[in-house]
Design a protein around this ligand. Structure first.
Ligand code: ASP
Ligand code: MG
Length: 437
């Protein structure tokens, strides 16, 4: 069985929804995972924020505007009167429901319910469309099988069991449709897998049912060897290993949700990145065998990084020092991305600065602390194992005219990362591209 995930722009209009059948072959056994229609989740975030802030009128106005878009969409999507009617009832139901949540009891719980409506809408619209044109499909409610635990980690065994049951009930069916992004948490409440989480859903489903392949359909022809928005003449990479893909997805290659690599890797399910606008293009295949030796594969960058520098003579010859520092970040649930150390100092980076003030206050007990904002991590992925020498030198040579804040080499065999001021990012990416490819 294959899993096919389509992002928001791939279901962004009536025409695109109908166009899904150019790619989805209803005779093949598969699960189609859909994001919300492009722009919807952003709108739902805005609506929730208005409700949370007690601005009910603003929220209702936003709901109206957004519902309007859907009214246009269903007019174009459905041919029959019955189809129109079903579409109309559907959007009435979801938007009325969102409005009904908006009272003084609107809490983060209601917010998550609101955010879930986007995927519920897109999948049902596609299902109704198929019904109208006589293509059998089964809508699988993600809220009946997609579950995360108290640490927000998906429970793959649970997903596997519930999903297999649901599929076996509809044993004779081929085409299944389900919602990306949404799930239930450990309290059984409606929750989600964070923004961009539909890729993660697809990968989790692929892992849970041991799929043959997970296909992520977007609007670019695979993962590129540099950021196409910044550098000219980038090219898609045909094959990547899971490790390489994880590094690239995390460090800025926006095309794939970083966490989605891990379930696929753990259960060895290949992931293919494909382009809805150009379905014949080869895209990128991420698999166990996808790595190559003796090559630099790609360059990626991640902005909005904050670098924290801790200088402490107490670190000298001491043990347990780093643990104490890391514990502070752990307590504030703040992931550390990159670290570099010397005997008396340590530098590290974070991208979630919500608790920065409190973290710094605590870290200051251990030494002198300075913080640099507006930093960028530039990451070069390739074969940097110790026995292929010279590549790290080429990387550093390409950026020798730029002030580097941190350099990390040797953490893994396939990555060299650097931190520099965001104002130097464009030059770093271009210079690396020209020297390395
Ligand atoms: N609709 C959600 C979002 O916009 C999930 C996704 O599209 O992957 O973040
Ligand atoms: Mg996405």
């Amino acid at each position: 069985m294959k899993i096919l995930k389509f992002g928001g722009t791939s279901v962004g209009s009536a025409q695109r929804i109908k166009g899904l059948l150019d790619i989805v072959d209803p005779k093949e056994r598969q699960i189609v995972v859909l994001s919300a229609v492009a722009g919807t989740t952003n709108a739902l975030v805005e609506i929730s924020q208005a409700f949370l802030a007690g601005k009910r009128e603003t929220a209702i106005e936003l709901i109206k505007t957004h519902k309007n878009k859907y009214e246009h969409l269903i007019k174009e999507l459905f041919q029959t009167e019955q189809g129109q009617e079903k579409g109309k009832n559907l959007i009435d139901y979801h938007f009325n429901y969102i409005s009904s949540l908006g009272n003084e009891m609107f809490t983060p719980v209601e917010e998550k319910i609101t955010l879930a409506q986007g995927e519920l809408l897109s999948t049902t619209l596609f299902h109704f469309h198929l019904e109208e044109i006589g293509v059998p499909s089964v809508l699988l409610p993600a809220l009946d099988f997609m579950k995360i635990d108290e640490d927000n980690e998906p429970i793959v065994e649970y997903i596997a069991e519930k999903l297999s049951n649901l599929i076996s009930i509809h044993g004779s069916n081929q085409l299944f449709i389900t919602q990306g992004y949404i799930c239930r948490n450990s309290f059984g409440e409606i929750d989600n897998l964070r923004r961009g989480g539909s890729d993660y859903t697809a990968s989790l489903i692929g892992a849970a049912i041991q799929a043959d392949e997970v296909q992520i359909w977007t609007d670019i022809d695979g993962m590129h060897n540099n950021d196409p928005r910044v550098v000219k003449n980038t090219s898609p990479i045909a094959n990547l290993s899971f490790d390489e893909a994880a590094e690239l997805a995390y460090f800025g290659a926006k095309i794939l949700h970083p966490q989605s690599v891990f379930p696929a890797q753990k259960y060895n399910v290949p992931v293919r990145l494909l382009n809805t606008m150009d379905p014949q293009a080869t895209g990128t295949l991420i698999s166990k065998e996808g790595g190559t030796t003796g090559q630099i594969r790609a360059i990626a960058a991640k902005d909005d990084i904050t670098a924290i520098h801790i200088h402490s003579s107490r670190m000298l010859l001491a043990y347990g020092f780093l643990r104490k520092i890391f514990e502070i970040f752990e307590r504030y649930k703040t992931p550390i991305d990159m670290i570099t150390t010397s005997e008396v100092a340590v530098s590290l980076t974070i991208d979630d600065t919500r608790n920065l003030g409190d973290i710094i206050k605590e870290v200051e007990d251990f030494g002198r602390v300075s913080v640099d904002h507006n930093q960028t991590i530039v990451c070069v992925v390739g074969d940097f194992s110790a026995n292929t020498h010279g590549y790290a030198a080429r990387v550093l040579d390409a950026v020798k005219h730029l002030p580097l804040r941190m350099v990390s080499y040797g953490g893994s065999d396939y990555n060299v990362s650097m931190v520099l001021d965001t104002e130097h990012k464009t030059e770093a990416l271009r210079s690396l591209h020209n020297r390395l490819f």
